[in-house]
Design a protein around this ligand. Structure first.
Ligand code: 13P
Length: 250
């Protein structure tokens, strides 16, 4: 069965609640496409107004972060059950910005992946190499390490339902996109790894996105590759151009 494409925006730390509602309004008609899943991963404070604004549309709401405990004395944190109750269906885990700036390591990320599943939220698990790692030719070794650690103890059925995002760090926010062949090569490498860790059915089912300076001009070519099942889009998800990415096949 063909995998359904999934195009997700990662708004990062952008959009006040009122700006968020205005953006949903601007994008409403532009992101209609029955053939793909569309997700807005938004800052925590925007989740409730965005869930309200996209109600009844084809847009799913995603979060960018949560803490691994369900509740308690963790001042300032938000739990997975809170996200779920607010209407969140997807959550980004392991983004390179959280790995780098907030020192989230693979052991912690593994706990987050399991907690997301426990709460009934689909993880979008990010992985990707630095420019230095690519130049040293250790890209796939690094990504294998990340995925093996992040998915330790995660079942085949869970993996089948989740999303993995390949985001080369050197392509994020730089305007420097991986070529479609480079992106395809790593996405295929990830799928082969899943086959190795689980089985062929699981590898066939898991959806793998590319992320890193994806835009209206390069989306169609990236998404034409056999192992690229979608995109995780930063900058271009905040503009009407996001509608063009969602409708890359029109
Ligand atoms: P840009 O699309 O802005 O490069 O960001 C990619 C990204 O980090 C998505 O998670």
């Amino acid at each position: 069965m063909a995998r359904r494409k999934i195009i997700a925006g990662n708004w990062k730390m952008n959009m006040t609640p009122s700006e968020a509602v205005a953006l949903c309004d601007t994008l409403k008609d532009l992101v209609k496409n029955d053939e793909v899943d569309v997700v807005y991963c938004v800052p925590a404070i925007d989740i409730v107004p965005v869930a309200q604004a996209v109600k009844g549309s084809n847009v799913h709401v995603g979060a960018e972060n949560f803490y691994i405990e369900d509740k308690g004395a963790y001042t300032g944190e938000i739990s997975a059950p809170m996200l779920k109750d607010a209407g969140v269906e997807f959550v980004i885990i392991g983004h390179s910005e959280r790995r780098e700036y907030f020192k989230e390591d693979d052991c912690f990320l593994n706990k987050k992946v399991k907690k997301a599943f426990e709460a009934g939220i689909t993880p979008i698990l990010c992985c990707g190499e630095s420019l230095e790692q690519r130049e040293m030719d250790v890209t796939m070794d690094w990504i294998r390490l990340q995925i093996k650690s992040d998915l330790a103890g995660v079942t085949a059925d869970q993996v089948k339902s989740m999303v993995i995002a390949y985001e080369p760090i050197w392509a994020i926010g730089t305007g420097k996109t991986a070529t479609s062949d480079q992106a395809q090569e790593v996405c295929k490498g990830i799928r082969d790894l899943i086959a190795e860790m689980y089985d062929a059915d699981t590898a066939e089912a898991v959806r793998i996105q590319y992320g890193g300076s994806m835009n209206a001009g390069n989306a169609a070519e990236l998404l034409s590759k056999p192992d690229i099942d979608g995109g995780l889009i930063g900058g271009a998800s905040l503009k009407p151009d996001f509608g063009k990415i969602v409708n890359y096949n029109k």
